[in-house]
Design a binder for this molecule. Sequence first.
Ligand SMILES: Cc1cc2nc3c(=O)[nH]c(=O)nc-3n(C[C@H](O)[C@H](O)[C@H](O)COP(=O)(O)OP(=O)(O)OC[C@H]3O[C@@H](n4cnc5c(N)ncnc54)[C@H](O)[C@@H]3O)c2cc1C
Length: 418
Amino acid sequence: MTDAASSTAIIIGAGHAGGELAIALRNEGWEGRILLLGEEAHLPYHRPPLSKAYLAGSVEKSSLSIRPQAAYDKANVEFRGGVRVTAIDRQNKTLQLADGQHLAYDKLAIATGGRARPLAVPRAADAELCANFHYLRTLDDVERIREQMSAGKRLTIVGGGYIGLEVAASAIAQGLQVTVLEALPRVLQRVTAAELSAYYERKHREAGVDIRTHVQVADLEVTGAAVSAVLCADGTRLETDLVVVGIGLLANTELAAEAGLDIDNGILVDEHARTSDPHIFAAGDCTNHPNALLGRRLRLESVPNALEQSRVAAAGMAGKDKRYASVPWFWSDQYELKLKMVGLAEGFERLVLRGDPQSDSFSAFYLKDGKVLAADTVNRPQDFIAAKRLVAEGIVVTVEQLADDSKPLKELLPAPTA
Ligand SMILES: Cc1cc2nc3c(=O)[nH]c(=O)nc-3n(C[C@H](O)[C@H](O)[C@H](O)COP(=O)(O)OP(=O)(O)OC[C@H]3O[C@@H](n4cnc5c(N)ncnc54)[C@H](O)[C@@H]3O)c2cc1C
């Protein structure tokens, strides 16, 4: 047996990044053993539908798996679900599992993602024991939420970010009475311009969702074994049958930190997805990586990032030289609205609208120095494709060109070089 064939690669975390990394590693020519360890019992599955189509009941559970078991068998990837890694011993290149077992690795990848940020109120711990109080990160979380979603129930959603708003759209369609509580002055404030927030607030209100901004949740009222009301800092007491909290994510970096890897808002990796230990790579929501386009580091929470970065990590583990240099993008489905975003809008000087928000088909471009930093497109797949290139290639455009909806955006793109 050659060295290469007897080497073991272990991937911790079987989410979007971990699953992709395992398959990509085999495709990159890794000859040895590949072990994919996941704390959840499930094969890697699509998380985005958890707050969208799956919560709405419009897709089957079987459609959530990213790949069938046969695909892992074919790639000779050993998937082990229900396995929690509790420590990494870098000196001896071994992992400790929660059941006391030890596993040796030659190369390791950390793809531990993140967990829902807990609500910091006095009675949160009591509420977390109640069957009607939920966070939404995993398939098991959404199964519990779905069991309780029935028409007429009062659902309170804490957090007016993407997950909160997607849950609102799915729930109102099923006849629940939905209230969204957002602490900031507008929904989606951290990720989009005021115009887009106003548009989404209007769409939700038209659908019957009670959107309340500037509302700080101060505590929860627990009666018996259920959360009976949400208590707001302004004194409002909101009776409720069901609570879903969507207030962000905490990256799962503890394992890496305890092993002495460099951490700073995520596991620090280089453009090859390599950590501060040359034998350990990391990918997905848990990483903080350099982005050449933006000229700085960032931690992203998106499927495209998890997939693309894990392919780079796989190449590095197989001894190849691939660099991660992608433009961030993301999507969100609410009602019949397909929002796709590219780039990061921070520091923009001007917002240009293309198309009319009243028509539910429009785009918003965030400009700085004549270049598009970012774009949000609503029901405009062609604009999105063009916007990706405008952002990635730093193409200089004018406000008039972007706003002129009579000419396709692709006319602004230089012909690809042969
Ligand atoms: C409801 C919801 C909707 C979303 N919608 C979108 C969307 O529309 N578009 C988009 O781009 N992104 C969306 N996202 C974000 C997207 O799902 C994440 O960016 C993506 O899942 C990140 O993949 P990951 O592999 O890094 O992490 P994860 O998918 O979180 O996977 C990490 C895995 O590691 C496991 N793990 C952690 N610690 C250990 C350990 N010690 N031992 C073993 N296993 C461990 C976890 O159990 C988990 O299964 C959504 C997320 C949620 C929750």
